[in-house]
Design a protein around this ligand. Structure first.
Ligand code: ADP
Length: 244
């Protein structure tokens, strides 16, 4: 492993559910200590891809190489809908996860990192949606994984809370953690992402830094890039909507 090596390299990823192909020939690299975002319409294959990259399921074809985490267990993961066992406080919940990796003192530090220290003694079922998501981010940092994968970290949250979750992710990247996320919030992606991949119908149709993508499309925002990059998909959605 060298410092300039990407933390994760994937080549030729295909994924099928039965006879339905949802990912075709996906290749990407995730650079160290930066934020990489995958954006795309519903059904494009983002969750399928990100779960494969997080080592949670085997893609049908292709190769994923990690240069840093030795096993998929060393990858932090925030699911789109994190859920915690009721009846335990935030502190107890994180203590449990911390004990799994032999780091019993990590709970309060991880809660403070996401801004949840005042909720340490609150039961998890009494948390708001945003606080539950933050607890999920804190859980993903247990064991100090070198890469953290976040599936839709801002979905269903109010704008202020989504921004806070994204800013926590960005701060982790500043500390050297490699962040890989999916999101529909293009403003927040533009705010924190270094690299953006646009996934449409199971394939990457664009890739670059936000500045490169804006320049390529002579666009003033990532939204405008997105609209151009997946024009066909947007039309399909619109037509389906008209007939619904
Ligand atoms: P996205 O996250 O971009 O919305 P997904 O990866 O969730 O996309 O889904 C991609 C496609 O795969 C969708 O058409 C979805 O219905 C289908 N799909 C997802 N999970 C399964 C599954 N477990 N079995 C069969 N089809 C699935």
């Amino acid at each position: 492993m060298t410092e300039t090596q990407p933390i994760l390299e994937a080549t030729g990823i295909d994924h099928d559910y039965g006879t339905v192909s949802v990912l075709q020939d996906i290749s990407l690299t995730v650079p160290r200590g930066s934020v990489t975002a995958i954006i795309g319409p519903n059904g494009a294959g983002k969750t399928t891809l990100i779960r494969a990259l997080a080592g949670l399921h085997e893609p049908t074809e292709g190769e994923i190489t990690y240069h840093g985490p030795e096993t998929a267990r060393q990858i932090g993961y925030l699911p789109q809908h994190p859920a915690f066992r009721p009846g335990f406080t935030c502190r107890e919940t994180l203590q449990f996860y911390a004990s799994l990796v032999g780091d019993d003192d990590a709970a309060m530090e991880k809660l403070a990192r996401v801004g949840l220290e005042d909720a340490a003694d609150r039961n998890v079922e009494a948390l708001s949606g945003g606080m539950t998501r933050l607890l999920g981010v804190a859980q993903a940092t247990i064991g100090d994984p070198p890469i953290i994968v976040l599936d839709e970290p801002g979905s269903g949250l109010d704008p202020g809370m989504s921004m806070h979750v994204f800013d926590v992710a960005s701060a982790l990247a500043d500390e050297g953690v490699s962040i890989l996320l999916t999101s529909h919030d293009l403003e927040l992606v533009e705010r924190i992402a270094d690299e953006v991949f646009v996934l449409s119908d199971g394939q990457f149709v664009q890739h670059g830094s936000t500045a490169e993508l804006r320049a390529r499309f002579n666009a003033d925002s990532l939204w405008s890039v997105y609209e151009n990059a997946i024009e066909g998909d947007l039309d399909t959605v619109r037509v389906q909507g008209e007939h619904a």
